[in-house]
Design a binder for this molecule. Sequence first.
Ligand code: 3H9
Length: 702
Amino acid sequence: MKGTVHYEVRDNIALMTIDNPPVNPLSSGVRQGLSDGVAKALADDAVAAIVLTGAGRAFIAGADISEFGGKAEGPSLLDCLDIMDNSSKPIVAAINGTAFGGGLEVALCCHYRVIAPNAQVGLPEVKLGLLPGAGGTQRLPRLIGAEKALAFMVSGDPIAGPAAVTMGIADAVAEQDVVESAMDFTRNIIAKGSPLRRIRDEEGVVAQDRDKPEVFDNARKAAARKMRKRFAPEMIVQCVEAAVNLGDFDAGLAVERENFVKCLEHPQRASLIHMFFSEREVAKIPDISKDIEAKPINSAAVIGCGTMGGGIAMSFLNANIPVTSLEMSDEALEKGFGVIKKNYDIQVQRGRMSADEVDHRMSLLSGTTDYADLGQADVIIEAIYENIDVKIEAFKKMDAVAKPGAILASNTSALDIDKMAEATERPEDVIGLHFFSPANVMRLLEIVRGGKTSKEVIASSMKLGRQLKKVAVLSGNAPGFIGNRILAGYTRQAGEIILQGATPYQVDNVLLNFGMPMGPFQMNDLVGLDLSWRARKLSGMKPEDIPITARVADKLCEKERFGQKTSRGFYIYPEGSRAGQADPEVVALVEETSAELGIERRPIDDDEVLKRCLYPIINEGARVLEDGIALRPCDIDIVYINGYGFPEVTGGPMFWADQIGLDNILSDIKRFQQEYGGAVWEPAPLLERLVAEGKTFASLQG
Ligand code: 3H9
């Protein structure tokens, strides 16, 4: 059995300490220890009360997620809570650290809660596709009311100790060591003979929530907005409705159980739990031991203060790391800083940041036009024009000024890191740090390992990712790395499909319905159609050499329809709106282009649109794995979800592929190969091998 609960008696109080490192999930041994400990304390006449706490940094991190979907040993959590609920002696939770999910539910089953100021409490089950299934949906509304309980459970976001007391979730913030405080608190209630406060018996607060249907309507609307396509939020709302309307704890608990099982069996649960473990797995690099010491990063320099450079600088400022920005001129610096300040001011207007905090962050930012001023930075990142010669020049200059041991990084999204490394005298210090736009918002950081990058620099960059609150994924050095290499097939297919008969609006809708935040043509309008059009013009490309999939976009640019920035692109954007409207003129332009190219248009159904856009991601993903560019399938899943908006509820493209069945995918790929040909439909050898062996991508995880 995994985990244990230590039991000791101090004076007349039993102190039970949950011990299941590192974060004390409620594994079988913990559940057994909880039941046994409470029973022992109840049977001992010398014990008047129980204090429950956690060893290490957590109180209890929740149910043991690795047990879901399998057969669990020992008593169930509900059995444990039943024993606690029926205790005739007071139980006080000493919440020393994280109390999440089932952990907070255990605390809510205690009669009182004392919390350390820096401890966090939360019911994050929704993020795993679940609901609080150990009485949380019934106890919390009884404690703090339906509205607050719904907001807390549907967002899944945690709060810290003092806020938990203000909200009514905990009774007191510890003023000294939390166990000592809880002991004092317990002695006090023993002395006063305070009644046992069983939340399950309290009906007063929920009674006031009856006949307030708007509370539930609002929660449903918020969930539809913020948690599009998620199954669990509606299940949570139903449980709270039961808590409010049934007027009986056990009846509400039965609804909770039923809905918990529905969540547990829903495919979203498996996908989201795959995401949870994958996020932790990608941090593990097989040939880089945990013992390699990361270099401290206390200062940064960013070359270029345009959209990318400015966003990267903000990521550092947000992590309280001072940044020096380098630009070609003072005017360019002023412009870049103005954009950064404006972005922060918007946060203030939205109530997400105080003006003082903005001042603090801006005070960490300095500007220069002289490379010599970058010499003291622990990491220097270039975020300049995507051209290898320009980048090589920048690396020569970085090499000339950087202090020994500084990390020299490129934010390139596709170019060869080794070529940049070769331009320096210290290739072992060179690495790719590929941020995604907007860099201050997007969670993904693709870290690109060059041929000579040292293990220390890789370990330091992975740690930097955590410091910046990003999810860092290591990629090999090959054109487009993991993400952009795989993306190419997706965008090209979208371009081809519209020439063969679909409209851009059909394609976008299919992908929106799948759960992407936007379709490929909406994405083009957002990024700006003119970027590649101008690049093609500058390169002097002949019209007949322009890829057919770019022809429509180029025609739109000839009409000065560059996308959102000109209020017209594939869509029309009414004044000030980011919601585009379909335009018959664009459809006519697409049809005209098909005719020019001699392509006969035909109806293409949504199923084909979806498969033709997404299967190239899986096929190329298999090649990326085979080439060793991505370490594991889950690295691709994390890249696609955090950098490209692939819906989280699918678990990422490779996990999703396993659910559909690799044999089904391969047979569609072969069908498309026959119908349309082209390298994109050449089946990846790894995919063929896995199908032949009856295996999945998951089987490669080890
Ligand atoms: C639930 O409670 C359902 C109930 O309502 C109903 C039941 C009937 N289980 O994140 P870290 C592992 S659902 C198993 O790196 P941190 C994690 O995989 C649950 N393992 O540390 C990692 O392993 P490894 C609701 C878990 O300090 C190691 O612990 N609870 C669990 O950055 C360290 O984790 C949640 O959703 C778990 N519950 O963050 C909380 N939690 O070293 C999920 C962690 O092998 N957990 N591990 O890679 C978290 O949010 C964070 O882990 C936490 C610590 C904030 C606790």
